[in-house]
Design a protein around this ligand. Structure first.
Ligand SMILES: Nc1nc2c(ncn2[C@@H]2O[C@H](COP(=O)(O)OP(=O)(O)OP(=O)(O)O)[C@@H](O)[C@H]2O)c(=O)[nH]1
Ligand SMILES: [Mg+2]
Length: 222
């Protein structure tokens, strides 16, 4: 859960991109990193196999200074999606404040999506994180491929649950920023209700989100 360091006036949030193998989790972080450029502090750390599969995790750390003198750190992680990395996924999920579930939109991947979603729930429970304790957003990625669920289908799925649902073509950067801003806002709201960040630290959702939106703007963009 959120790490609040009063002495150093620092709040650290952890967001985890979860989902089946090859759904595009690492691609989401790569695209965010490309959008953020210099804003993205120490840059994207990845640990891949030779064929570009995530071995342990990817990490993109961000830091922002707020008007009240608090520093907010955001740590974006991906889990390795391949089934045999189950233990690693559980460890990476520890202490998460928000999760983006990256699903592969292809109908052929329905089973892999469902199994990974069940795996997410089991690993949250193993880490003592209740479903209601954490912000979750769902991204239907790979909208450019044939054989995908229709937009209507995605809307129906979205209407069934409480989690915000986004569509994306991560490889082209489409929907990546929207998903990230969506999970960031949901996570902040969840933490605000629990820890009263605005009252205690003088940082509100508007300021937090404005920082993130600015950091996603490439130099030269209007
Ligand atoms: N066509 C298409 N390919 C995509 C899209 N997003 C990612 N990919 C490709 O899918 C493959 C897997 O992407 P990754 O981001 O490495 O997937 P991952 O979820 O991190 O996979 P693991 O690390 O094994 O869990 C790569 O070849 C990507 O280029 C997309 O929106 N459309
Ligand atoms: Mg990966």
């Amino acid at each position: 859960m959120v790490f609040i360091d009063i002495q150093h006036r620092e709040i650290t949030l952890k967001l985890v991109y979860y989902g089946p193998a090859l759904s595009g989790k690492t691609t989401n972080l790569q695209q965010l990193h490309a959008l953020m450029g210099d804003h993205a502090g120490t840059g994207l750390m990845t640990l891949n196999t030779r064929d570009d599969r995530t071995l342990f995790f990817d990490l993109l750390p961000l830091t922002m200074a707020t008007g009240s003198g608090m520093s907010i750190k955001l740590k974006l992680f991906t889990v390795p999606g391949q089934v045999f990395h189950a233990a690693t996924r559980r460890i990476v999920l520890q202490g998460a404040d928000g999760v983006v579930f990256v699903a592969d939109s292809r109908i052929s991947e329905t089973r892999a999506n469902n199994e990974s979603f069940a795996d997410l729930k089991a690993n949250l429970a193993d880490n003592g994180i209740g479903w209601g304790d954490i912000a979750v957003a769902i991204q239907f990625n790979k909208r450019d491929l044939p054989g995908i669920r229709s937009d209507d289908d995605v809307r129906r799925i979205a209407a069934k649950g409480d989690e915000p649902v986004f569509t994306a073509i991560a490889i082209e950067g489409v929907g990546v920023a929207e998903t990230f801003l969506g999970i960031a806002a949901s996570t902040w709201q969840k933490l605000e209700r629990r820890y009263e960040l605005a009252r205690r630290f003088g940082v509100g959702e508007d300021e937090f989100m404005a920082h993130l939106e600015t950091s996603l703007r490439r130099p030269g963009d209007p």
